[in-house]
Ligand binder design. Structure first.
Ligand code: NDP
Length: 475
């Protein structure tokens, strides 16, 4: 122990790294954190937080329009992109400073530098060209946007890293991809007045989400004015005057001001020296870890997006906390990655927890589906055609609720609470026994008594049972 300079060296001051450092220091560990960019990581600096601020900005467009239906006369409105970006930057700097102060308060030392691993216990701090010996090393470097194939002109495209700092709002934008980032930015930029086209390789957005929810959200974004190019991707980008001409595989050429690639992210392990230290990485460069976040080298752990388990901020925070409890607190703790509630911050939002209908039908013999779509009360006076979608998936044999999917104004807020209920193992009877809160949209969740559909697999004799599919064979 005495030949170590620190007990813990954390590489990366994002959500997972900061939490791990603070908790470990709380247990009395001597901790040093290195970060090459700004404290706060993707979530705070160029992810969840600035994105949500932009989502809020975008929703005023509807509020102004809706207000008239409620008797208001709204004067001329205008939107100033520069003002929003400046206000957002101020808030992000404030948050980053709080993260730093919190580290200092717990006695964690911080160094602004890229750090690379030299061996199982040695980290080099590049800015100071010195090495530090650490009893444990935690890799919490997160991920970086994936740029996809090297098509001609790809360097003209931006990613979600740059969109937050654009000096001007793109009047016309092509977003490539159909995941979280693509649909969130499509929705918010359209509301802020951009003409948005989304090109994606698949036939629908948000692969892996409930099929009905995907279709409902796609239709709602389309109705609003977002144009989707399914089974289509850019094959060439060319700068012509101030515009970018994006040639799509199916032959169309789009003239836009910006092209944003949102085709996933990759673990940030390049050049980190992990291979040299003997740390096993998977095919996309993620650190392979066990359920306690320990890598193939016993003194090196990894949490958050760099492990490519579930790329969500709260998961990274939990993993960081569990790591510190396990290694420094004497309380071994693995994070349960099941039943994670999550939200896509489009307008309307998509909130989801538990199984999709498709997943439930693969795993359960009897599946009951309850679903509804309705116009929320607020839409009645303002003439908006917004609709709410709700779907509850139930195990028909045990009555346990397997999943809930909601598309609504506040679906993110609703799904957080439903996450508790589903985790506790609530049954549909529990939902039905709960008193409604009236008038709300969420009350539909406890008044949805009529089953829409029951899927029942015929009971097979044990001899006839089909072999179980492994994950890769599943549709
Ligand atoms: P996603 O994994 O959500 O989506 C990636 C998209 O890119 C999919 O449409 C995928 O298509 C497509 N794609 C992947 N590889 C290729 C390729 N080689 N060529 C063409 N298309 C490709 O990634 P995002 O970048 O949107 O977001 C990254 C992560 O950040 C997410 O996994 C999410 O966990 C997190 N995030 C969470 C948010 C939230 O919680 N609200 C918000 C934003 C991000 P296909 O479906 O066909 O594979």
């Amino acid at each position: 122990m005495t030949d170590f300079d620190v007990d813990l060296f954390v590489i990366g001051a994002g959500s997972g790294g900061v939490r791990a450092a603070r908790v470990a220091a709380g247990y009395g560990a001597k901790v040093l954190v290195a970060e090459e960019y700004r404290i706060g990581g993707t979530c705070v600096i160029r992810g969840c937080v600035p994105k949500k601020l932009m989502v809020y900005a975008s929703r005023f467009a509807d509020d102004f329009a809706d207000a008239e239906g409620f008797g208001w006369t709204v004067g001329e409105t205008s939107f100033d992109w520069g003002k929003l970006i400046a206000a957002k930057d101020k808030e992000i700097s404030r948050l980053s400073a709080i993260y730093r102060a919190n580290l200092e308060k717990t006695g964690v030392a911080f160094v602004q530098s890229r750090a690379i691993v030299e061996d199982a216990h040695t980290v080099r701090i590049l800015a100071e060209n010195r090495t530090v010996r650490a009893r444990y090393i935690l890799i919490a470097t997160g991920g970086a946007p994936f740029l996809g194939p090297e098509i001609p002109g790809r360097e003209l495209a931006i990613t979600s890293n740059e969109i937050f700092d654009l000096k001007e709002q793109p009047k016309r934008i092509l977003i490539v991809g159909g995941g979280y980032i693509a649909v969130e930015f499509a929705s918010l930029l359209e509301r802020l007045g951009s003409k948005v086209t989304v090109a994606l390789r698949g036939e629908n957005i948000l692969r892996g989400f409930d099929e009905d929810a995907r279709c409902f959200l796609r239709d709602s974004l389309t109705e609003r004015g977002v144009e989707f190019k399914f089974n289509d991707m850019p094959v060439r980008l060319e700068k012509k005057d101030e515009a970018i001409h994006a040639s799509l595989a199916q032959g169309e050429i789009l003239e836009v001001d910006q092209v944003m690639l949102a085709i996933g992210r990759r673990p940030a392990t390049q050049g980190l020296g992990l291979d040299r230290a003997g740390v096993r990485l998977d095919a996309v460069g993620a650190v392979c870890v066990d359920s306690f976040s320990q890598s193939s080298v016993p003194s090196i752990y990894a949490v958050g997006d760099v492990t490519n388990r579930v790329d969500l901020t709260p998961v990274a925070i939990r993993e960081g906390h569990a790591f510190a409890d396990t290694v420094f607190g004497g309380k071994p703790r693995a994070v349960d990655h099941m039943h994670l509630p999550t939200a896509v911050f489009t307008t309307p939002e998509l909130g989801t927890v538990g199984m999709t209908e498709e997943e439930a039908r693969l795993k359960h013999t009897v599946v009951d589906v309850f679903k509804t779509s309705f116009r929320p009360l607020k839409a009645t006076l303002c003439g908006s055609c917004d609709r709410v979608f709700m779907k509850i998936i139930v195990d028909g044999e045990t009555d346990r609720v397997l999943g809930v999917h909601i598309i609504a104004g506040d679906a993110g807020e609703m799904i957080q609470l439903l996450g508790i209920i589903i985790k506790m193992g609530a049954t549909k009877a529990d939902f039905d026994a709960t008193m409604a809160v009236h008038p709300t949209s969420a009350e539909e969740l406890v008044t949805l008594h009529t089953r829409t559909m029951r899927y029942e697999q015929p009971k097979l004799d044990p001899g006839e049972a089909p072999a179980l599919m492994d994950e890769e064979q599943m549709p």
